[in-house]
Write a protein that binds this ligand. Structure first.
Ligand SMILES: [Zn+2]
Length: 135
């Protein structure tokens, strides 16, 4: 299984739960030859893969918006903060999965910031992902 070999070869010495889930979210990408895509296409396809996987295999309803300088990964029904209340966004687990999933796909880090959150009174959890990688 080339895809499993690829996953194992990219696994950090001490994989975090977020890394493992992020890697699994990008699993289908390996089968589609993701690694040969240009970086921008790889990021977009990776995010779309995560949207599709979470929206079809879990109760999490998710959308992706593309803007000039960023993507907005929007969780319309969030299992992380459902029923919780906070003064600020608190879905670090979802953000970590996006961060680690993109890192697994690209070997590059991107800024992932939750700007809106159900728990803070917003109608969605929104993660802004800059198109320009972190330095
Ligand atoms: Zn949230």
């Amino acid at each position: 299984m080339a895809a499993i070999d690829a996953l194992q070869s990219r696994q950090p010495r001490t994989p975090s739960l977020a890394w493992e889930i992020g890697a699994l979210s990008g699993f289908g990408a390996v089968a589609l030859g993701f690694q040969a895509l240009p970086l921008n296409a790889k990021v977009k396809m990776g995010l779309l893969a995560m949207v599709t996987i979470f929206s079809t295999l879990s109760d999490q309803l998710t959308d992706l918006e593309e803007h000039d300088d960023h993507y907005a990964y929007i969780i319309r029904r969030c299992p992380v903060c459902m029923g919780r209340h906070s003064d600020a966004p608190l879905c670090e687990m979802a953000g970590a999965m996006l961060d680690e999933g993109l890192r697994w796909l690209t070997q590059i880090r991107y800024s992932v910031i939750e700007t809106r959150c159900h728990a803070a009174g917003d109608d969605e959890c929104r993660f802004v992902i800059a198109k320009t990688p972190l330095k």
